[in-house]
Design a binder for this molecule. Structure first.
Ligand SMILES: O=C(CO)COP(=O)(O)O
Length: 247
């Protein structure tokens, strides 16, 4: 199994130049496990600033982008603009985009396709709400979300899947290692059945939702958890401990 552990920090709409300097300071001082691929998802306005200073081993990522190269789409940024400033990654389909900005499965899939075609790598987020979980629909919901993506893309090589149950995001209520593993396993089986065994074995499936320094080690032990997408704790020094969860 060759999946490199992957830890992303999603700053969401937080930070300032001063805070970015501080966070980059923590990351630069490390120590960072060399066997971990690291990403920071930065507000678009600070991408250039952060890119200038981040260690070259850390991927600097956008948190969103649109589905076309250019045009009359006021307020949007395109994958080719990201490439133009040297940003090679984007987080797409985050539940906050889905819920607050009403992004649909189809729009997200189109964005992922265009980002990949432009040469970006993508962290593609999926996950069920509390209501859906309580109704026993978790597997059906994540299958529907991943299917929408599959229908628009042909190459999974530059895709990391982030399973982020909505009820665990920003709530302090982490999925237990067993709960997370169960869904990751379902997703890997889905990839085996619907895409290929190779894609299933090679695609990282990372977990997000109230990951902290104190719960990351237990989560990291699960066979199908290949890393994390971290919100709140990525704005704190403990992000380094989460990067090093496997040590
Ligand atoms: O949404 C998340 C990462 O994208 C998770 O956020 P929290 O870690 O703050 O729960």
């Amino acid at each position: 199994m060759s999946r490199k552990f992957f830890v992303g920090g999603n700053w969401k709409m937080n930070g300032s130049k001063k805070i970015a300097d501080e966070l980059l300071g923590h990351i630069s001082r490390g120590p960072l496990d060399p066997n971990v691929e690291i990403l920071i998802g930065v507000p678009a306005i600070y991408l250039d600033f952060v890119k200038e200073q981040a260690p070259c081993t850390v991927h600097v990522s956008a948190q969103n982008c649109f589905k076309t190269e250019k045009g009359a789409f006021t307020g949007e940024i395109s994958p080719s603009m990201l490439k133009d400033i040297g940003v090679d990654w984007v987080i797409l389909g985050h539940s906050e985009r889905r819920q607050i900005f009403q992004e649909t499965d189809l729009l997200i899939a189109e964005k992922i396709n265009h980002a990949l075609e432009t040469g970006l790598s993508v962290v593609a987020c999926i996950g069920e709400t509390l209501e859906e979980r309580e109704a026993g629909q978790t597997e059906a919901v994540v299958a529907k979300q991943i299917k929408a993506i599959k229908e628009k893309i042909s190459n999974w090589q530059n895709v990391v899947i982030a399973y982020e149950p909505v009820w665990a995001i920003g709530t302090g209520k982490t999925a237990s290692p067993q709960q997370a593993q169960e869904v990751h396993k379902v997703l890997r089986k889905w990839l085996t059945d619907e895409v290929s065994e190779t894609v299933a074995q090679n695609t990282r499936i990372i977990y997000g939702g109230s990951v902290t320094a104190s719960n990351c080690k237990e989560l990291a032990k699960e066979v199908d958890i290949d890393g994390f997408l971290v919100g709140g704790a990525s704005l704190k020094p403990e992000f380094i401990d989460i990067i090093n969860a496997n040590q």
